[in-house]
Design a protein around this ligand. Structure first.
Ligand SMILES: Cc1cc2nc3c(=O)[nH]c(=O)nc-3n(C[C@H](O)[C@H](O)[C@H](O)COP(=O)(O)OP(=O)(O)OC[C@H]3O[C@@H](n4cnc5c(N)ncnc54)[C@H](O)[C@@H]3O)c2cc1C
Length: 479
């Protein structure tokens, strides 16, 4: 928390958005110059939530920005199936199906505030859906499990996580639940936060959860793909995005910065904000000259980002229950989600989200990952998954390929994983240290740099954009 305190102490706090001392922000009618005078350009690498929001704030202050995005679309890990035009085969779902972010956390959170400004129907999951929990290959609601002590042990551990004060060990060691409940623990207290229970640190997770100041209501948007909401909210800066521009090097030895893209083109800027996923940075996807300071790399190396996979599978019939929300406790699929819950009468599409070593294992199976997941569902639902998976109907009315989609985030060189998390021995301070600005020229944002307990979410990405925009403005004003 050290850096945030330092900023507050000079009087530039953040509330709903950026504010600055009136002497610096007031413009006379006959002097409509930029709010923050700056001759240079701020280059922003990555057009996910963090990059777009940082660009939006800086632009609104009159600062010139350019956003360099490696991929061919905006939104980063906010990616909706309907927007993937190269996928011609579509699910039958008449509601948006997501390949990345699918749940919004918080009505008064950073992402919640954006959603609130649109008149969109929200589906609060706690009210409209009932989760099921898998133990002994059987799926039941908590009410139906009754007084099962293993389920209770996992639920207690999860409920008490924000106040966990035990040893700095993995979630699995900290919870110490019975072998029978391990997969359930993995689903609820680790996969949900970016990896497996033997890799996520209990203390780091607890610290983050305890820092969250907004309500943490989890909800879906009924009819709008989340990627469309991002595109709409940041429409003011979309013209400043250069797609298909993968930055390979950042040279910050001179007065400004010089970036090189994959085609060898040089882009000159005064400052650069790096918002690429942690996995890209850790795997050397961008090389820095001079090399990043040891303090940056050692903090960065204390934060992890593991493989991640999202599968979307269409069935001919819902065999898991119309009002089911999540199905927790699978081993192949730690989080099965009934994507249509309360959104449609067509409840026939399941999404499967896997983080950590299991995601890598499934990814290595190629299309065999579908069989692994179906086998698990068959074991829970007496063979109904294989029986009911939807298949394309050929022109001669025979059944063709099974209808499913995958987003292999871990394999994608622009992401290299799903979301950042803190392993044992790391703390939120490492996220702060990692994102410390370098020489007033190189800045970091993105969910992995969030210090408000929201890392690993869109909220974290948006929080980091507010923080980095303030840092950039301060570096200009106090140069
Ligand atoms: C499967 C999955 C499910 C999730 N579920 C939820 C959820 O339900 N709720 C929630 O709040 N969050 C969820 N998250 C997390 C959330 O999506 C992310 O935290 C958030 O979108 C990250 O935003 P960002 O701007 O930090 O990074 P990103 O969105 O990853 O944006 C970074 C951008 O940088 C680009 N890039 C990479 N390398 C380069 C380069 N060299 N040059 C130029 N550009 C580059 C990438 O293409 C990308 O567009 C989920 C994530 C995944 C993967």
């Amino acid at each position: 928390m050290k850096r945030r305190k330092a900023i507050k102490s000079i009087g530039l706090g953040l509330t709903a958005g950026l504010w600055f001392p009136s002497a610096l922000t007031s413009c006379k009618k006959d002097d409509p110059g930029p709010e923050v005078p700056y001759d240079g350009v701020v280059a922003i690498i990555g057009a996910g939530a963090a990059g777009l929001y940082a660009a939006d704030i800086l632009s609104s202050k009159g600062i010139k920005v350019v956003i360099l995005e490696a991929g061919n679309q905006l939104g980063g890990r906010v990616r909706s199936l309907r927007n993937q035009h190269e996928i011609t085969l579509q699910t039958l779902a008449d509601y948006p199906v997501e390949l990345g972010t699918e749940v919004v956390y918080g009505i008064n959170s950073a992402w919640g505030n954006i959603i609130r400004n649109y008149n969109l129907t929200k589906i609060p999951l706690a009210v409209t859906a009932t989760d099921q929990f898998v133990l002994d290959s059987e799926a039941r609601t908590a009410a139906d499990w009754g007084t099962d002590s293993d389920l209770a042990a996992v639920q207690d551990f999860v409920a008490n996580l924000p106040t966990y004060s035990g040893a700095d060990v993995s979630v699995q060691q900290a919870a110490g639940v019975s072998t029978r409940a391990n997969a359930l623990l993995n689903s609820l207290a680790a996969n949900r936060f970016g990896s497996s229970a033997d890799r996520v640190g209990a203390k780091g997770l607890a610290e983050a959860l305890s820092l969250i100041e907004h309500d943490n209501t989890a909800y879906l948007i009924k009819t709008n793909p989340l990627q469309d909401i991002i595109n709409s909210r940041f429409s003011g800066v979309l013209g400043k995005v250069k797609l298909n521009t993968q930055i390979k090097t950042i040279n910050y030895a001179g007065e400004g910065v010089i970036l090189t893209d994959q085609a060898g083109n040089l882009i000159e800027a005064g400052k650069v904000i790096v918002t690429v996923p942690l996995g890209v940075l850790k795997s050397g996807g961008i090389s820095f000259s001079p090399a990043l300071p040891a303090a940056t790399t050692s903090a960065m190396n204390k934060i992890n980002m593991d493989h991640c996979l999202r599968l979307v599978i269409d069935f001919k019939r819902n065999f898991w229950g119309d009002s089911t929300g999540y199905l927790w406790g699978g081993t192949e699929g730690p989080a099965y989600f009934n994507t249509g819950v309360s959104r449609s009468q067509f409840y026939r599409t399941l999404s499967v989200t896997v983080h950590g070593p299991k995601a890598k294992e499934l990814s290595d199976l190629g299309d065999g990952m579908l069989d692994a997941v179906l086998a698990e569902l068959d074991a829970i639902f007496d063979g109904l998954a294989t029986l009911y998976i939807r298949k394309i109907l050929n022109s001669d009315f025979t059944e063709g390929d099974r209808v499913w989609f995958k987003a292999d985030w871990g394999k994608d060189e622009f992401f290299k994983g799903g979301m950042s998390y803190l392993p044992p021995g790391s703390s939120v301070q490492d996220r702060i240290n990692f994102s410390a600005p370098i020489n007033g020229k190189v800045f970091f944002a993105g969910e992995a740099t969030d210090s408000k307990g929201d890392a690993g979410t869109v909220n974290g990405a948006l929080n980091s954009a507010e923080r980095v925009a303030e840092e950039v403005v301060l570096s200009i004003l106090f140069a």
